[in-house]
Design a binder for this molecule. Structure first.
Ligand SMILES: Cc1cc2nc3c(=O)[nH]c(=O)nc-3n(C[C@H](O)[C@H](O)[C@H](O)COP(=O)(O)OP(=O)(O)OC[C@H]3O[C@@H](n4cnc5c(N)ncnc54)[C@H](O)[C@@H]3O)c2cc1C
Length: 408
């Protein structure tokens, strides 16, 4: 076993792991932490690459920068059948390629003095009274006061914390294509809900990507009775792209099960905590890059406090995440996802979001990060009250938009 006792070993050098490392470096702990990733960077990661939400302030707070090629988007187009709504973004949302973005974040962590080891993963870990022992895929045994599971959606740390509890994941499928966005949409993010009429519980996206290319994909929420296989989802993606004149290539669509954030899920235990996808993504949008960074700030501060006080229970960590803006937004989105995707009255709820001018604007501000949706609860409740008088009419209106659309 290695002699060195690290203050923290972080598993995973994706955005979550690098961000925790950056936060600990800001606390003066760079020399005493270790980041392990099972892959070598640059590595691919299936992702839409949209840096939504509170990405910029989170990067700035962590002393990190977005230094890679980006496709700036100044508007969003929301669709459901023939329903279309263009919304100007309060500030541009940038779309990046994860292969570049993640590799550059690792570089920035190293520039902060953090030791990032690539090609060596977590095999298992065990708790001793004063520390955690990490066994790596190269057979090394390393010791740390704290273990951070930033190991993504397939997190071993999460599985251990949840004792392999059975969960149903969200599913996201995407394909990067070397074709430009459809004409007229070169700086527009397209969110298309039309496939909900065919059983998808989520949306299809088309995002402009750097170098005049395109990122397409869809998100599916685990609603009861709406089980769709990978093949079904790929076929849906193919069909959903047809009205845009885009042909999905036979190969290259990749899917990934991810876990939605739950405010009561176990995300820590003594000397161990999880961050990013390992702790849960946004259940409504499937997004998690900004979420990972915002959670990492809370996690880094919690680890620093634990080392200073010698109290390693992390019993308050779940509450700290829940009370932070990121946790409040995740909880709100979880609730909205259950209404819009999880309810049998999904059309009524979708009508609220799409046909209520105030709600659709509010959500656009949440996506571009210029407003905090969790601070707009009163406006949301008012919109709900308004909706209760109009939902029949709006449902009918929405239904009329889909008739004939996408049907064989
Ligand atoms: C198809 C798709 C589209 C998406 N689109 C968007 C989007 O447009 N915008 C957005 O904000 N979010 C999006 N997301 C979500 C986003 O990709 C994740 O939320 C984000 O990657 C979370 O970062 P992370 O660091 O927690 O996990 P990851 O980025 O997955 O990083 C985890 C790291 O841990 C490493 N690792 C795993 N296991 C081990 C181990 N045992 N030992 C060592 N290392 C390990 C992995 O190699 C990896 O590098 C999308 C997700 C998918 C699947």
């Amino acid at each position: 076993m290695s002699e060195k006792l690290y203050e923290a070993i972080i598993i995973g050098a994706g955005p979550a792991g690098v961000a925790v490392a950056a936060r600990l470096a800001q606390h003066g702990r760079a020399a005493n932490i270790l980041v392990l990733d099972r892959y070598h960077f640059p590595r691919e990661k299936p992702c839409g690459g949209a840096l939504t939400g509170h990405m910029d302030p989170a990067l700035a707070e962590l002393g990190l920068k977005n230094r890679v090629a980006k496709a700036p988007c100044e508007s969003a187009l929301i669709r459901y059948g023939s329903f279309e709504r263009h919304i100007a973004m309060g500030k541009e949302v940038e779309v990046i390629r994860r292969v570049d973005f993640d590799a550059d974040l690792v570089k920035q962590a190293r520039e902060m003095g953090v030791n990032v080891v690539e090609g060596e993963g977590l095999l298992s870990y065990r708790r001793e009274s004063e520390y955690i022992v990490v066994t790596t895929t190269k057979g090394r045994e390393l010791r740390a006061l704290v273990l951070v599971g930033a190991d993504g959606a397939a997190s071993k740390v999460r599985k251990t914390l949840l004792a392999n509890k059975k969960e149903t994941p969200h599913r996201l499928f995407m394909c990067a294509m070397k074709v430009p966005m459809p004409e007229g949409h070169s700086r527009t993010m397209v969110y298309d809900f039309s496939l909900m009429d065919r059983g998808l519980r989520g949306y299809l996206w088309l995002f402009p990507a750097p170098d005049n290319s395109l990122n397409v994909g869809l998100m599916h929420y685990p609603a009861k009775g709406c089980n769709l296989s990978g093949r079904d989802l790929t076929e849906m993606l193919r069909q959903g792209l047809l009205p845009y004149g885009i042909e999905l290539p036979a190969k290259g669509t990749r899917g990934w099960p991810v876990w939605g954030y739950h405010p009561r899920a176990r995300i820590s235990e003594e000397r161990v905590l999880t961050v990013g996808d390992a702790a849960g993504i946004d259940g409504l949008t499937g997004e998690g890059i900004a979420v990972a960074l915002e959670q990492a700030i809370v996690a880094g501060d919690a680890i620093d406090a634990a080392i200073r006080t010698g109290k390693y229970s992390f019993s308050g960590y779940r509450r700290q995440i829940r009370k932070a803006i990121v946790g409040q937004e995740l909880s709100l989105d979880r609730w909205l996802a259950r209404l819009i995707y999880g309810s049998k009255y999904w059309r009524e709820w979708l009508a609220l979001v799409l046909l209520d001018d105030e709600v659709i604007e509010m959500y656009a501000r949440r996506v571009d990060g210029t407003e905090i949706l969790a601070h707009q609860k009163f406006r949301l409740y008012k919109a709900l009250w308004r909706h209760s008088f109009r939902f029949r009419r709006r449902r009918k209106e929405l239904k009329a938009h889909i008739v004939g659309h996408l049907r064989p």
